[in-house]
Design a protein around this ligand. Structure first.
Ligand code: GTP
Length: 597
């Protein structure tokens, strides 16, 4: 294909601003999919994505568009994940294309993820076409939003295309803008093969499917290829493009985007950002800037029912086949028995995996407090990475502990600014910047990741009634006064509830936790002390008093069915309980106890 007839682009947008709806319209208008096959949100393939309206893995589609200049163009759209946990994948897929459509909801304006994503596009040297969506809404203010794009992002918005992805208004203009305003790709057909590995996924029938962007050279079916970073060599079996259904193709040349399969067994053998070349005739240099995505948030996942352990392992192995950034290893907990210590890219990633385990594999889980990786510097000069508070070494040997910190950007309407500042301050944040754009404030904070992993999003949403948007990036490690706090129920330590906290916050957090647990643990026939402790020192304590009466006494003895029903109900409730020494703690207590107010 003539390079001048190709345009490669992605769509950047804040969540819900209409990225998927626009992609669907582009596909529909160019007849890429027959009308009867058109399904809303074609590009979001996983159920869970569809349900939550979030796009997790990059997807791609090849569109053929007859332009006004009389030529037919090939437009390759790479759909990027919109969420901060997948920032590395976003930056990779951005490097596979030359331009971006910047979609902004004309009734909402620029949000935190608009900024984060558009900066990635700018970093990748993209030509950017601003698109104002939802102009059918009475609340749309295209002129104000254009100004905002110019003020906040600093790109020219005078030529912004005004559209309604819902009604279809302005879609032809978007297609023309792609052809006339975005640059064609460059590349040399005669050079050795150099292609970027953009994404990969596991298909139960085909094995691993690899999405690539060819930079130089030509790839054909039957070629033997080499992955330059991992060193693996494979024979190309199937080569094709997504329209969005798979369609075989004889070759892919410079500037083209497509997929191949090559008897690759697991997604782990394919690294996003790797360089694909020919085994024999290699390209001189791999693509720069390769870095694998590594998990930053860890937690324990334990089956509520110990008999589910093997099923849980199977389910995790299946999920890991398709997700190289999800890690797990076996863990035993005195309190929870056998389970797994799991690593995730971020909180959303954690939630998605936990959800899939519970829903698709039907396994009830206990999730322990999410934790970050602490760097524990020992007196002897060595350093250990602490993934689990339970593995904390003897404090006598510790010199100091450092924790990861993030730079968080929050955009929020003025009236909620005070609450947002208070929330960040409460989470040990340090303000870096505060600016205004229209009626919105943009605050930048340096925050400990640890303070964000549990319920920061939820709190932020609730104090701003959902109007704030949030994005973050890791900035490095810093020493602080951190200690391990343990929780004891009836004098037994419940390791699943132990956590790392800042020393100054320990009393407050400990008191909160024991008070919550007092409400969440049902009464027993005996008195139960609930304590928070650092080392051997108790810093907070509550006592759950003993139950006085038999619950069935309420049934006045007479009605046998009612009595049995009540007992059955108790038995069903029991399945969700765990035994700690003599005490039973409901599964929900673990999650609820860890939520901060
Ligand atoms: P994520 O996939 O979650 O990132 O969201 P998205 O940016 O892809 O947004 P999506 O296309 O799912 O649209 C979000 C919501 O806005 C949906 O309910 C759409 O129906 C609605 N929507 C999209 N475009 C328009 C539009 O032009 N006008 C109106 N009124 N609603 C729209």
């Amino acid at each position: 294909t003539d390079l001048n007839r190709i345009r490669n682009f992605s769509i950047v947008a804040h969540i819900d601003h209409g990225k998927s709806t626009l992609a669907d319209r582009l596909i529909q208008l160019t007849g890429t999919v027959a009308e009867r096959d058109m399904q809303e949100q074609l590009l979001d393939s996983m159920d869970i994505e569809r349900e939550r309206g979030i796009t997790i893995k990059a997807n791609t589609v090849r569109i053929e568009y007859p332009a006004k200049d009389g030529h037919t163009y090939i437009l390759n759209l790479i759909d990027t994940p919109g969420h901060v946990d997948f920032a590395y994948e976003v930056s990779r897929s951005m490097r596979a294309v030359e331009g971006s459509l910047l979609v902004v909801d004309a009734s909402q304006g620029v949000e935190a993820q608009t900024l984060a994503n558009v900066y990635q596009a700018i970093d990748a040297d993209h030509e950017i076409v601003p698109v104002l969506n939802k102009i059918d809404l009475p609340a749309a203010e295209p002129e104000r939003v254009k100004e905002q794009i110019e003020d906040v992002i600093g790109i020219d918005a005078s030529q912004a295309v005004e559209i309604s992805a819902k009604t279809g208004l302005g879609i032809p203009e978007v297609l023309e803008a792609i052809v006339t305003r975005l640059p064609a790709p460059k590349g040399e057909r005669d050079a050795p093969l150099k292609a970027m590995l953009v994404d990969s996924y596991y298909d139960p029938y085909l094995g691993v499917v690899v999405l690539i962007r060819v930079i130089d050279g030509v790839i054909r079916r039957g070629d033997r290829i080499r992955m330059m970073r991992t060193g693996g060599t494979y024979p190309i079996e199937k080569l094709g493009v997504f329209k969005p259904a798979m369609q075989d193709i004889a070759e892919l040349g410079p500037g083209e985007i497509g997929f191949f399969t090559a008897q690759i067994k697991q997604v782990r053998d394919t690294r996003v950002g790797d360089t694909v070349t020919h085994e024999k005739k290699q390209c001189a240099q791999a693509l720069p800037g390769f870095k694998p995505s590594i998990p930053v948030v860890f937690c324990g996942l334990f089956p509520v029912d110990a008999n589910d352990f093997e099923d849980l392992r199977d389910a995790m192995e299946k999920l890991a086949l398709n997700d190289a950034s999800f890690t797990f290893e076996m863990e035993t907990s005195a309190a929870l028995g056998f389970g797994f210590r799991c690593g995730f890219l971020g909180l959303l990633h954690l939630e998605v995996i936990r959800d899939r385990l519970e829903r698709e594999y039907d396994i009830d889980l206990i999730t322990t407090a999410p934790s970050v990786i602490y760097n524990v510097h020992m007196r002897d000069g060595s350093m250990m990475e602490l993934h689990n508070p339970a593995d904390m070494p003897d404090p006598a040997g510790i010199d100091h502990i450092a924790e990861p910190r993030i730079k968080a950007t929050i955009l929020v309407p003025d009236e909620y600014l005070g609450d947002v500042l208070k929330l960040c301050q409460d989470r040990r944040g340090e303000q870096l910047d505060l600016t205004y754009a229209g009626q919105r404030a943009m605050v930048v904070y340096d925050l400990p990741l640890n303070e964000v992993v549990f319920d920061f999003y939820d709190r932020l949403k609730s104090v701003t009634k959902g109007y704030a948007s949030f994005d973050y990036q890791m900035i490095g490690y810093r020493e602080d006064f951190l200690v391990k706090m343990s929780i004891l129920v009836n004098d037994e330590p419940v390791d699943a509830l132990s956590m790392m906290v800042h020393r100054d916050r320990a009393e407050g957090r400990g008191r909160q936790l024991v008070e919550k647990l007092k409400e969440l643990i049902p009464r027993h026939m005996f008195k139960i002390p609930i304590q928070a402790a650092i080392g051997g020192r108790v810093i907070a304590r509550e006592t759950l008093s003993a139950m006085r009466k038999d619950v069935t006494a309420k049934c006045y003895g007479g009605d046998a069915t009612r009595k049995r029903k009540l007992l059955d109900k108790q038995k069903a409730g029991k399945k969700k309980m765990r035994q700690f020494g003599k005490v039973e703690i409901p599964q929900s207590a673990f999650i609820n106890a860890l939520k901060m107010d």
